[in-house]
Design a binder for this molecule. Structure first.
Ligand SMILES: *Cc1c(COP(=O)(O)O)cnc(C)c1O
Length: 364
């Protein structure tokens, strides 16, 4: 037993872990989301009983009754965060308390039982601890952690479930940009939206992703890497990419980003970028950003950089933007200096190479 929050975890190490040789081979080129560690965490919830049966055990399939509620009504939420090998030899997590808070907020929106925040952080620490050997040592490699929770009650009636399963799995990932920062092209979806006022856009739930996939396919059909969504009411303002927030940089060095309007996911990278940029003396505004302002600003030279941000890629420069009304580029379509510098600082904090005045990183 080991204390990982409000309840103790029962730890049952895998009897068949991957051999060290095989693990090293997998870690040489893990890609994203296709290699997994030896263990997982599970915690169960039942109405009237609360959270119980916290375990760290061998990663294995979860048997599921075909009438399990999540398969029918999609009551599901998730998180994404990373563990890093730091410059001083310790293992670090970046703002796990912020993920814990957001997870509880997502649960609230989806009418699910919220997991206590200390239990969330404890569960992540337990998994990283037992699967520490799976954290890549390559430059900018990390262990991607995926906590998630779903309605596990076997019931077809339409109401919030009375039973939930919380689970954490881990996946070693290589550097997102192996050959240096590469700007992405973006498709403006004129046909589909991902979230509407009063909807679930601010919750990190699988359903939002399901709603974004067709638009993402259209982006690919139009030769673009990613899709950007406009607001559902007027189709006039920029919301976000399906899994990343967006920032704009003006020629005078000031920045702006769409305000959290209920349809935008409150990114932890977004919040961290705003803090860092303000510390660098930049003026940062949160407000509605129209697609016209972006297009006209890029064409006139007033907006010189645009980047997307999220845990997986940290900061991604946007080079080209395409839509039914034509195409425009940001600057020369390459990686701008503000994007590159902010990324360098944030990644430096995560890997313990530069000071962390906000105590964003916590070590194991
Ligand atoms: C997770 C996510 C983001 C980015 O959030 P981070 O906390 O920075 O990783 C942005 N948009 C959506 C829809 C997301 O699910």
């Amino acid at each position: 037993m080991s204390g990982g929050g409000t309840i103790d975890f029962e730890i049952r190490p895998s009897s068949q872990p991957v051999s060290a040789t095989e693990r090293e081979a997998l870690l040489a080129n893990p890609g994203f989301g296709r290699v997994f560690t030896d263990h997982m965490v599970t915690i169960r919830y039942a109405e009237g009983k609360g959270w119980y049966d916290a375990r760290v055990e061998a990663r294995a399939p979860i048997p599921m009754d075909p009438a399990t509620a999540v398969l029918h009504y999609a009551q599901e939420i998730f998180e994404g965060l990373k563990a890093y090998h730091r410059a001083d030899g310790s293992v670090g997590l970046f703002r796990p308390d912020a993920n814990a808070r957001r997870f509880a907020q997502s649960a609230q929106r989806m009418a699910m039982a919220p997991l206590p925040e200390d239990l969330f952080v404890g569960s992540v620490r337990e998994l990283v601890n037992i699967d520490r050997a799976w954290i890549p040592t390559s430059t900018e490699g990390s262990l991607y952690l995926r906590p998630f929770q779903y309605a596990s009650e076997v019931f077809l009636g339409v109401r919030p479930a009375r039973e939930y399963l919380y689970c954490v799995i881990a996946s070693p990932v290589g550097p997102y940009f192996a050959g240096g920062l590469k700007p992405v092209s973006i498709w403006i979806s004129d046909e589909y939206t991902r979230a509407a006022p009063g909807g679930t856009g601010a919750a990190k739930c699988g359903g939002n992703y399901a709603a974004s996939l067709l638009a993402q396919s259209q982006a690919a059909d139009n030769g673009c890497d990613q899709v950007i969504f406009l607001d559902a009411a007027e189709r006039k303002y920029v919301d976000e990419l399906g899994g990343m927030n967006v920032f704009f940089v003006r020629a005078d060095g000031s920045m702006f980003t769409p305000e959290l309007n209920g349809s935008i996911l409150p990114g932890i990278t977004r919040d961290s970028v705003m803090t860092l940029a303000r510390e660098q003396g930049r003026h940062v505004e949160e407000r509605p950003v129209s697609i016209d302002e972006w297009r006209d600003g890029a064409r006139s030279g007033e907006i010189v950089e645009t980047f997307a941000c999220g845990t997986a890629a940290v900061l991604t420069p946007i080079g080209t933007v395409r839509g039914v009304e034509g195409e425009f580029k940001l600057g020369d379509g390459g990686t701008g200096p503000v994007t590159a510098a902010l990324r360098e600082t944030l990644v430096g904090i995560q890997f313990g190479r530069v000071p962390d005045p906000h105590n964003w990183t916590t070590t194991l």
